[in-house]
Design a binder for this molecule. Structure first.
Ligand code: SF4
Ligand code: SF4
Length: 383
């Protein structure tokens, strides 16, 4: 048996900030089931595919779970890049970094206890209500923005779990962290899309992070202007949270923004990347998750929102060079955000009449309507 203190200090030497544990337990899935029944998970189908409240589904004979958090907080998302991307994506993909550390921790526990240990590690990679378990283990509370918040670490933290078939720690009872949101509701008011319609309930159908990271389809038209310059993810409901304004900054070399690969890229560069270039540049970045088409789609929306006329020529060229209908359709939308010019109108008319994709045709038609130029070109016989 180990003391919580010795395990905790070893985990700090690996780079984790906090460690706690809970004996094997199930959590009440009622909150999640209600959320799923209301279809608030949007395209996050994996949330509905596996039960998340019972660790023994992940690992038979699970007796306990060690929970760890580590901060990736750094001062600003703008200081390091021309791209406004979620803070967690400013450094290398954390999954591999944390997995290695968890494996070292498991080896340490096996050596110290002399046990034939069975274990499984997870970092936002397995069906587990990890925030709920972390709250139960005393690592923070789930705030009105639905994220785990710790009084000194804030919410820019990564959560990792180690499931074990033993109880490795001399008996201590973890104390769940009390909720400290109080009367604050800054995150609810700051969310540009009202995705936090009520406290503690995130409606992923309205969330910019869902659409710019997880979705591989068209972004709803009403959300596009609200995306502003956020090309990958959104941190607004964390940036406004008072618990993040004075929280600990990470000094973990593997989670520092200097490691991220996007320092010199602009949204215009993103729009013109080939798949090969995209895969090379983002090979070790969380941004890879969006895929080349998804990130180029987001770039088109950001360029439209920028109203920067210097990108119009590239947008026009991409209407014929871009292979993905998803991206071409969003470029059509982006063009509609500028003042109508003969070249914009001509290109949109070409797309509306000649593009092989019905999605692109519709986007071009709506773009022309938006610019008040549909009457010149609209053929009522055209599907
Ligand atoms: S990530 Fe952005 S869009 Fe999503 S809930 Fe938070 S503030 Fe709203
Ligand atoms: S902004 Fe306020 S209400 Fe929202 S999570 Fe932070 S403390 Fe809670």
């Amino acid at each position: 048996m180990l003391s919580l203190q010795s395990l905790s200090s070893f985990s700090k030497s690996l780079g984790f900030d906090l460690l706690s544990w809970i004996p094997y337990t199930q959590r009440d899935p009622q909150h999640l089931e209600l959320w799923l029944n209301e279809a608030r998970h949007a395209c996050l189908d994996y949330m509905a595919e596996h039960p998340r409240h019972d660790p023994s589904i992940l690992m038979e004979h699970a007796r306990s779970m060690i929970l760890l958090t580590t901060s990736y907080n750094h001062p600003s998302s703008h200081a390091y890049s021309h791209l406004r991307i979620a803070r967690y994506a400013h450094h290398l993909d954390y999954h591999e970094v944390l997995r290695e550390r968890l494996e070292t921790l498991a080896t340490f526990i096996a050596a110290e206890t002399g046990a034939q240990l069975a274990w499984r590690c997870a970092t936002d990679s397995a069906p587990l209500l990890e925030r709920t378990f972390a709250q139960h283990a005393g690592l923070g509370w789930i705030g009105k923005n639905s994220l785990l918040i710790h009084p000194s670490l804030g919410s820019f933290t990564l959560i990792a779990e180690l499931l074990l078939d033993i109880d490795p720690i001399t008996h201590t009872t973890p104390t769940p962290t009390p909720n400290r949101c109080g009367s604050c509701s800054k995150c609810l008011h700051a969310c540009p899309t009202q995705a936090l319609a009520s406290p503690y309930v995130l409606d992923a159908r309205r969330c910019i992070s869902t659409w710019t990271i997880e979705s591989s389809g068209p972004i709803p038209r009403w959300i596009r202007p609200l995306i502003g310059d956020m090309i990958f993810g959104c941190d607004i409901c964390q940036e406004v949270c008072p618990w993040n304004s004075k929280s600990h900054l990470s000094s973990d070399p593997k989670l520092l923004p200097s490691q991220h690969p996007t320092l010199s890229l602009s949204p215009l560069d993103i729009l013109t990347l080939t798949s090969r270039q995209f895969n090379q540049i983002f090979a070790q970045s969380p941004v890879l998750r969006a895929g080349r088409h998804g990130l180029a789609r987001n770039a088109a929306v950001v360029l439209g929102n920028s109203k920067n006329t210097s990108c119009i020529d590239t947008l026009l060229q991409r209407c014929s060079l871009e292979h993905s209908p998803l991206v071409r359709g969003h470029i059509a939308w982006a063009l509609s955000q500028f003042d109508a010019s003969p070249s914009i109108i001509h290109t949109l008319q070409q797309l509306m009449h000649n593009d092989p994709s019905s999605f692109v045709q519709l986007e071009a038609q709506l773009a022309l309507e938006h610019l008040g130029h549909l009457a010149f070109s609209f053929d009522p016989m055209y599907p």
